[in-house]
Design a protein around this ligand. Structure first.
Ligand code: HAM
Length: 423
């Protein structure tokens, strides 16, 4: 136990941490070009927020939350997702008084007690965006296009965008009755959880993981065939804009999403060939959420992308990222005086913006050079007593073997000059 991380958690370390950083940089870059600012919310919230926000008949709330009572006797939950927290912050921090829409993004750890498998963890990370204050289908298209652009810039291939409309409370009321009537005919076949959901929230049955309920769901009436005129016009507006942006999509009437707050547009980016957990990104509109949480009537929409799943997909597609950090220079030394000089030089070079390394474990000169080669240093110099006295040394290009004389007191300038020449 002592040396084993809890089931469903991961350590992220070099070089994967570099890939992670690269992806986060891309996410932040795309978000800033689309006008989204970063929001950071607490890792834990009052449990009630998720009961009300995510919905108490969802798998997330019924089965997967890390909930505990704190020392002040409050029920606290580690966030299973980001939307409810961002909506809570929107209300609590009076963001509705800002010019609308309010467009924010986050990169956060989330926690769900699920059965771990490839692409499904108990602690995982989401990159998500949330927009408040626009009912307009153009914002639906904007967030979908943001994901599309990010995935293209990262070079992710073989992902399909699935979209659907699951209507508003008005059209859903009539639809729910049809759904209840359909499932009642098959009541005995339903799993126990779905039996209890039938009257309270029949839509959830469509998203049940049990194979038998899944089979039944295939022939159930489809929401998209029952949406009202307003929802239908809205959906057309989204599709028109995706067409204009040349973003390919498939209309998939089976997408209902696993959380209760969704209305109208829902969508998923699904990767081929990463197995069962293939939804890299999921999202949709949630026009009733802010009001449900006690805020003013405010439409909203967003998505979240699983970062581990994104990486898994990239790996399965053989994406080759050059993510290793290699030193610009390694300074070898022989003897105490040279070691002290090397200490000074790496400090100066690091201050000048270079990644400089020196010996830290007492290697022989031969071993130092072997090590410099192994960690991929671009240049090396060797310092002995002579070099320290003359304040000059030979700079060796590790790739070509070529050597040039340099002044130790102008080493940073010499490296800058070389870099300029290579550009
Ligand atoms: P979600 O579909 O529950 O939606 O999660 C979004 C994404 O998070 C999934 O598509 C998947 O990539 C990743 N994910 C979910 N659970 C796990 C897990 N156990 N292990 C690894 N990755 C996982 C939401 O969370 C909504 N809040 C999205 C949203 C934002 N809708 C509107 N705004």
């Amino acid at each position: 136990m002592l040396t084993k991380a809890p089931r469903g958690t991961n350590d992220i370390f070099y070089p994967k941490s570099n890939l992670w950083q690269y992806l986060e940089t891309k996410m932040r870059s795309v978000c800033s070009r689309f006008g989204y600012s970063e929001i950071m919310t607490p890792t834990f919230e009052h449990t009630e927020l998720f009961l009300r926000g995510v919905g108490d008949t969802t798998d997330v709330v019924e089965k997967q939350m890390y909930t505990f009572t704190d020392k002040g006797d409050r029920s606290i939950t580690l966030r299973p997702e980001g939307t409810a927290s961002v909506a809570r912050a929107f209300i609590e921090r009076n963001m509705y008084a800002n010019p609308l829409p309010v467009k924010q993004f986050y990169i956060i750890p989330c926690f769900r007690y699920e059965k771990p498998q490839a692409g499904r963890l108990r602690e995982f990370h989401q990159f998500g965006v949330e927009v408040f204050g626009s009912q307009n289908p153009t914002i639906d298209a904007e967030i979908i296009s943001l994901v599309h652009m990010l995935l293209s810039e990262i070079g992710l291939k073989s992902v399909t965008l699935n979209i659907n409309s699951i209507g508003c409370p008005t059209c859903r009321k009539a639809y729910n009755e049809k759904l209840i009537a359909y499932f009642k005919e098959h009541y005995d076949t339903l799993c126990d959880t779905c039996k209890s959901r039938l009257e309270r929230n029949p839509l959830r049955i469509l998203d049940c993981k049990s194979p038998i309920c899944g089979e039944l769901a295939k022939d159930a009436p489809k929401l998209i065939d029952h949406i009202c005129e307003e929802c239908s016009t809205h959906f057309e507006g989204v599709k028109t804009r995706l067409d204009a942006l040349n973003i390919p999509y498939v209309i998939n009437p089976d997408i209902v999403r696993g959380l209760d707050y969704y209305t109208k547009t829902v969508f998923e980016f699904v990767a081929e060939d990463i197995g069962a957990q293939s939804t890299v990104c999921g999202g949709g509109r949630y026009d009733g959420l802010v009001q449900e949480l006690g805020g003013p009537e405010t439409p909203g929409i967003g998505f979240a992308m699983g970062i581990e799943r994104l990486i898994l997909t990239l790996e399965s597609q053989g994406a080759n990222f050059d993510v290793e950090t290699k030193p610009d220079i390694y300074i070898s030394s022989i003897g105490d005086a040279a070691d002290v000089e090397a200490e000074k030089l790496v400090y100066i070079l690091r201050g000048a913006g270079f990644y400089a390394e020196k010996d830290r474990v007492g290697r022989s000169l031969k071993a130092q050079m072997k090590y410099a080669d192994k960690i991929g240093a671009a240049y090396t110099i060797v310092l002995g007593d002579d070099e320290v006295t003359s304040r000059s040394a030979e700079l060796k290009n590790m790739q070509t073997g070529e050597k040039t004389g340099v002044q130790l007191d102008a080493l940073a300038d010499a490296l800058k000059e070389i870099n300029r020449g290579e550009e």
